[in-house]
Design a protein around this ligand. Structure first.
Ligand SMILES: Cc1cc2nc3c(=O)[nH]c(=O)nc-3n(C[C@H](O)[C@H](O)[C@H](O)COP(=O)(O)OP(=O)(O)OC[C@H]3O[C@@H](n4cnc5c(N)ncnc54)[C@H](O)[C@@H]3O)c2cc1C
Length: 459
């Protein structure tokens, strides 16, 4: 990335302020908790959040630059994960100041890790069809139901819970959004192992669990609005190359994984796995190890062009015209994403926006992921048929193929099916662009007028 391509005066000033701040605050002998407290309270952990919510109201494209600058300095990045990416901006938008000071503070300082309790076995794309119930009991709610696909649920302190609080109104109007304690009786988290060999997500069974009224975000039956804020941040964050999820190095937030008391200098992320080629993607950094299988693969996909150029060179296929063309295509898609980020930033600086851009960004990310998978396997050749699942086998594979990147390519290929699904599938993104941006007619449905309790349901 060239400075001239990205540095507006404001951005350059902020980055120089950041460098000065890092110079006087980074200390590898602090604990992770102490470092994240400094970073978070200074507004550098999540600079995209509003000023009154532990942020600096920076554009998403600048947030990525901040994360890169912290990495370049050699300091540990912000507490990565769904708390920073999704819960914090949602609570900053729909929560009270008291909730911001409680929940968002714990997120930006890494004290608490979050998961997203949205999807259910019968409610994925049709999220508003969810059936988990929350029933009022004094100043608490009693929750019963089942969630699925819950990424990082096994390491989370809190969950963004969507539950039905009124089944007698149309489905979008009877949902509430809670900050839900995952570490209580009545919450059974069962990891699901994927073909990557990792257990990125879980099923979560909730039986008579409790959540306080004070943990209701955005008011009773107003959860759909809050959920949409979460989803928009998810799409924009995934599409922008990580957004707030990037940069946590080897440390993870929250009380479960036990990183908070460790020496921070021991947990700074290693250098990217391939030399940068100036493609502006921040290199092949792992992003969300709690979603690994996962995150390492997705991080590598974001650094796809850099990594695959290195792989093509090492395999001697970098002169193959077809491979060169697809490498150029991959690089171009990355650059288009970066330019779109800059367009959104410029529009927002003028008080406007570009409708549908988070959906476009997410679709483009799916395209990058698929191309990276296909191109990677073509470059790897027969070695792409081999995959190792544990450390010893990975070493043996590396030895047998003589290729340090081979395992990474198959890891990406196995994981490539996931990004086009999570955060809303490609088809759902296209529906949203069609209906909400282009103004095309919605599919005929009585969902918006019929009480949820009267709608037909799957078993
Ligand atoms: C790796 C991974 C991590 C995830 N993490 C989380 C998480 O942490 N928390 C969470 O709550 N969820 C999570 N999800 C769930 C994800 O958001 C859902 O899988 C997604 O919303 C799709 O829902 P579904 O799987 O039930 O598929 P369905 O909704 O059953 O869809 C099946 C197919 O039908 C298509 N389809 C559905 N409706 C339409 C329509 N109206 N028009 C056109 N096509 C349609 C879909 O595109 C898809 O191809 C994760 C998913 C994955 C893969």
């Amino acid at each position: 990335m060239t400075d001239t391509a990205t540095d507006t005066t404001g951005t350059a000033e902020l980055l120089s302020e950041l460098r000065a701040w890092l110079g006087s605050n980074w200390d590898p002998d602090l604990t992770v908790a102490e470092w994240w407290e400094r970073l978070g309270l200074a507004g550098w952990a999540a600079p995209g959040l509003p000023v009154g919510a532990y942020g600096k109201a920076m554009a998403r494209s600048d947030v990525v630059l901040v994360q890169q600058e912290i990495a370049k300095f050699g300091a540990l990045g912000p507490p990565a994960g769904l708390g920073l990416l999704l819960a914090a901006p949602t609570i900053a938008t729909h929560g009270t100041q008291e909730q911001i000071d409680h929940y968002v503070r714990d997120i930006v300082t890494g004290q608490k890790a979050w998961c997203q309790l949205f999807s259910e076995p019968q409610a994925g794309s049709d999220l508003a069809g969810l059936q988990t119930r929350a029933v009022k009991d004094g100043d608490e709610w009693v929750v019963n139901g089942q969630k699925v696909w819950t990424s990082g649920g096994q390491y989370a302190d809190l969950g963004m819970l969507l539950a039905r609080t009124d089944p007698e109104v149309p489905k979008h109007q009877g949902i509430s959004y809670f900050a839900f304690d995952m570490l209580q009786g009545g919450v059974d988290v069962r990891p699901l192992k994927e073909m990557t060999g990792h257990a990125l997500f879980n099923e979560v069974f909730i039986t008579d669990a409790r959540v306080a009224d004070s943990a209701l975000i955005g008011g009773v039956n107003n959860g759909w609005a809050a959920a949409n804020t979460t989803l928009m941040n998810e799409r924009a964050g995934l599409g922008s190359g990580g957004g707030n999820t990037a940069g946590g190095g080897l440390a993870q937030p929250g009380t479960v994984l036990g990183f908070l008391g460790k020496r921070v200098g021991d947990l700074v992320a290693p250098a990217p796995i391939a030399a940068g080629n100036g493609d502006g993607d921040g290199g092949a950094r792992a992003t969300r190890p709690q979603q690994t299988g996962g995150a390492g693969a997705l991080g590598a996909m974001r650094g796809g062009a850099s990594m695959l150029i290195g792989l093509a060179q090492s395999r001697g296929v970098n002169t193959d015209p077809g491979i060169r063309q697809d490498l150029a295509r991959l690089y171009t898609l990355g650059e288009l994403g970066r330019f779109n980020g800059l367009r959104v930033k410029a529009a927002k600086e003028k008080g406007g926006d570009i409708p549908g851009m988070p959906n476009v960004a997410k679709l483009s990310m799916s395209q990058i992921v698929r191309l990276t998978r296909d191109l990677g396997l073509r470059i790897a050749g027969p070695a792409g048929m081999l995959h190792a699942y544990d450390v010893d086998d990975k070493a043996a594979l590396k030895h047998a193929t003589g290729d340090p990147f081979a395992g990474g390519v198959t890891e990406m290929a196995l994981f490539a099916q996931a990004p086009p699904i999570y955060g809303g599938t490609d088809q759902v993104q296209r529906n949203i662009i069609g209906e909400r941006v282009l103004g095309l007619p919605k599919e005929p449905s009585n969902d918006r007028v019929t009480p949820f309790s009267h709608l037909p349901k799957n078993a």
